[in-house]
Design a protein around this ligand. Structure first.
Ligand code: DNO
Length: 386
């Protein structure tokens, strides 16, 4: 039994079509109803409509990514119970439509964060990149957060002083747009609301956020177990506290804390090699071995870091993540899993004809096709050699 080779599809507005996905060789689709505001109930008819579109192209909707967690749940404010109830209803509706694997994240306010969405590689392709100096620039001069010196190394702060005059207004506006962007189709946050959220999360801190996550998982446990749903938490991307926001899904210690907090099989992990791979001290094969029996979904991509911790997204098989080792472990986990584990090439370079197109950042067709082709070749080679 092989892994399910999958592909993220943003829905009918995605410039990459379902037929492109079929041509790329994926069989599974990972999708979400991005048009529904965070926290609102996903109605059965809209879920079925999406499912029908996917099945008409003879593909299977294998993972819901994401069923987003409303901020009221993350911060456990007065509206928390209302949104938990909505979440449970959405889960039941998804399950009634046959959707049983759900991906979510518990990152405060912002989903993944980068500072450059078109970093030029030596071969002319473009990649996503995070530059700590640019992030510190946003933090200090746009967000205007005070006392940021503890949040960055002295090398980064020195570099910031050296480089800050090179960052003109246009570059600063671009940085603000990129950092405040969440999932493109779900809208951005404003700097003002980000400031307010920072205050709220300062009070909550890491322990508070962990407790709120445990509360969330416990509150959906009964529904997940009745319905046979598997929840998979996506790691923090990048796996460091950014802009003073607490992080709780960044390391081996975090992920084991999460699976132990509600020690039931439904409480699982989306193993994202690119997110975890950006962490200096993360040993990915070790993490995958440790939480492997709870990994029900994988995002496979690679990163190359420099000595300051800056990183860019590299070719899927070529970077700091030992993808061969990871794939070997995944193939083994898959052999002992009750149902096949879906993986998707997570992000791809903007390359060839896609350099002339606008796609969702990281989600070009050709770059991901290349990633999928390499990854499925790797899997086949491992299976063949077994
Ligand atoms: C980025 C994605 C994330 C991911 C969510 C899961 O490209 O990996 O946006 O979908 O964090 O909730």
């Amino acid at each position: 039994m092989g892994l399910i080779q999958s592909w993220r599809w943003y829905g009918p507005n995605d410039p990459v079509s379902l037929w492109d996905i079929r041509q790329a060789g994926a069989t599974g689709v990972v999708s979400a109803l991005h048009q529904i505001p965070h926290g609102e109930i996903w109605p059965k008819d809209q879920i079925m409509e999406r499912k029908k579109l996917i099945e008409e192209a003879r593909l299977n909707w294998v993972v819901v990514e994401s069923l987003p967690i409303h901020e009221a749940i993350k911060t456990r404010n007065g509206d928390c119970e209302k949104y938990l109830e909505n979440y449970r209803i959405s889960l039941k509706n998804l399950s009634a439509c046959g959707l049983k694997t759900i991906c979510y994240n518990f990152m405060p306010v912002l989903d993944w964060t980068r500072t450059d969405l078109s970093f030029s590689l030596p071969n002319g392709a473009k990649a996503l990149r995070l530059d700590w100096v640019e992030l510190a620039y946003f933090d200090k001069y746009i967000l205007k957060r005070e006392n940021i010196q503890d949040a960055y190394s002295s090398e980064i702060l020195d570099e910031l002083e050296r480089r800050r005059h090179q960052i003109n207004q246009e570059k600063a506006a671009q940085l603000e747009e990129i950092i405040c962007m969440g999932v493109p189709t779900e809208g951005s946050v404003s700097v003002a609301s980000l400031r307010e959220s920072l205050e709220i999360y300062k009070e909550i801190g890491k322990d508070g956020l962990r407790n709120n996550l445990a509360h969330f998982i416990s509150s959906i446990a009964a529904v997940c177990e009745e319905e046979g749903i598997k929840m998979t938490i996506h790691p923090d991307d990048p796996p460091f506290p950014i802009l003073g926001l607490p992080r709780i899904a960044s390391s081996l210690e975090d992920l084991t804390w999460i699976v132990d907090a509600v020690d039931r099989p439904f409480n699982g992990v989306c193993f994202c090699t690119g997110s975890l791979g950006a962490g200096e001290s993360n040993d990915l094969p070790n993490i995958l071995e440790a939480v492997g029996n709870r990994v029900y979904f994988a995002h496979l991509r690679n990163v190359i870091k420099d000595s300051l911790g800056n990183f860019y997204e590299s070719d899927h098989l070529d970077g700091d993540v030992d993808m061969v080792k990871i794939m070997k472990i995944l193939v083994r986990l898959n052999q002992s899993s009750a149902s096949p584990i879906p993986f998707r090439p997570d992000h791809g370079h903007q390359m060839l004809d896609d350099l002339k197109k606008t796609t969702n950042p990281g989600y070009s067709g050709i770059g991901r096709l290349k990633g999928l082709a390499e990854l499925r070749g790797l899997e086949a080679g491992i299976l063949f050699g077994m």
